[in-house]
Design a protein around this ligand. Structure first.
Ligand code: PLP
Length: 394
């Protein structure tokens, strides 16, 4: 194996080779360890493995060599000290928050969140005596007011799902730290390539690896990244004893996804920019939101903290839900689906799908209207996608 110091590797190299740990068989691709357990040469070795004097794999609910390659690679890409993989993005969000909060704590979150993230902060935490304040993520005064009292942690999505709100990570991180807490950023929409929350002051980053990291509709996965101390002392024991473990097979699939992530995200962004520009100029469209369009309300901030607009375009045709449904049903190439970040272009109506369980008031409060659509732009030829949208709109 090469002795190149890992820190010297550039991104494209880390994506392909980060964390690679070849076995005695010198296989080219990452080895797939599907075993659940491990054996010991002696009773003493087993004892030492459990009392911490010996560091080795003991059970795949705790750690697994294939999963560890995925964790090491993602940590290198993100510039994090440590990473733990989980079975899904929601397992990552859940563990990142629940591993640190206790009854009586205060948690702050932005209002515009993915439906299941809203359920965790808006419904679940309250059952356990955790006080939650939700704020308009784009309003710094609301952040200042909410973070004027001691706070255990703050959870944000930026850009948010599905309204593409951009939150100032640097400012919210400073306010969070002054309140004694940690800032958790759900970085799914930006991907590890377009936004570096840890460099902007965040403490913890979470991913649904189901989205762009796999990006080919094959498996679920998630990850939490942060300091070695947080992972070793808080997150690690929580995952070990509650068990939302990533399957080694899925870790192996996700490693293959990371190898092509930069190529795919570059194409996603090119396609999404073309489609957002097309929709913005179309007479039947009421509103388009895309972070790299000058018309986006937080365009300047997006330009500062992101290296591209991402793969998601939010828009609404004129005529509300009836027109939105007519458009969805007239598409012949773009699929109706609630997943995102996929090679295939997918479109969904958030009001009746991803955010169906939230009240109308809550949806309108975060900018979702009955006509809103969320388009996840895939890797097809942008001209074919534009032709499909064009015929469906006409
Ligand atoms: C999809 C998604 C999640 C949840 O990920 P799963 O892998 O589906 O559990 C969390 N946050 C955001 C922003 C998402 O888009």
């Amino acid at each position: 194996m090469t002795d190149t110091p890992k820190s010297a590797w550039r991104l494209a190299t880390q994506l392909v080779r980060g964390g690679l740990a070849r076995t005695e068989f010198s296989e080219t691709s990452e080895a797939l360890f599907l075993n659940s357990g491990y054996v010991y040469g002696s009773a003493e070795e087993a004892e030492e493995s459990f009392d911490g004097t010996r560091s080795r794999y003991v059970y795949s609910r705790f750690r697994n060599p294939t999963v560890a390659v995925f964790e090491d690679r993602l940590a290198q890409i993100e510039g994090a000290e440590a990473c733990r993989a989980t079975a899904s993005g929601m397992a990552a969000v859940h563990a990142a928050i629940l591993s640190q909060v206790r009854a009586g704590d205060h948690v702050v979150a932005s209002r515009a969140l993915f439906g299941s993230c809203l359920w965790i902060v808006g419904d679940l935490l309250k059952r356990y005596g955790v006080a939650v304040t939700q704020v308009d993520g784009t309003d710094l005064d609301q952040w200042k007011a909410a973070l004027s009292r001691p706070t255990r942690c703050v959870f944000i999505e930026t850009p948010s799902n599905p309204t593409l709100e951009i939150i100032d990570i640097t400012q919210v991180a400073a306010l969070t730290h002054a309140a004694g807490g940690r800032l958790i950023v759900d970085n799914v929409f930006a991907t590890p390539l377009l936004q570096k929350p840890l460099q902007l002051g965040a403490d913890i980053v979470v991913y649904s690896a189901t989205k762009h990291i796999d990006g080919q509709g094959r498996c679920l996965g998630g990850a939490v990244l942060g300091s070695q101390g947080f992972i070793d002392d808080e997150l690690g024991p929580y995952l070990r004893h509650t068990g939302p473990t990533l399957s080694p097979f899925n870790a192996w699939v996700l490693l293959k996804g990371l190898e092509t992530l930069e190529l795919r995200v570059t194409r996603h962004v090119e396609n999404a920019t073309r489609i957002a520009t097309f929709l913005e100029g179309h007479p039947h469209i009421e509103r388009v939101l895309y972070p790299a369009l000058a018309s986006h309300p937080q365009y300047e901030l997006a330009k500062r903290q992101m290296a591209g607009g991402g793969s998601i375009v939010a828009f609404a045709p004129k005529g509300g839900k009836a027109e939105a449904y007519r458009l969805l049903n007239a598409l012949t190439l773009i699929d109706i689906s609630n997943n995102l970040g996929d090679a295939k272009s997918l479109i969904t109506h958030p009001w009746t799908t991803t955010h169906q369980s939230r009240s109308a008031e809550e949806k309108l409060g975060m900018g979702i209207t009955e006509g809103s659509l969320r388009l996840s732009v895939g890797l097809e030829d942008a001209s074919d996608l534009i032709a499909d949208l064009g015929q469906a709109l006409s």
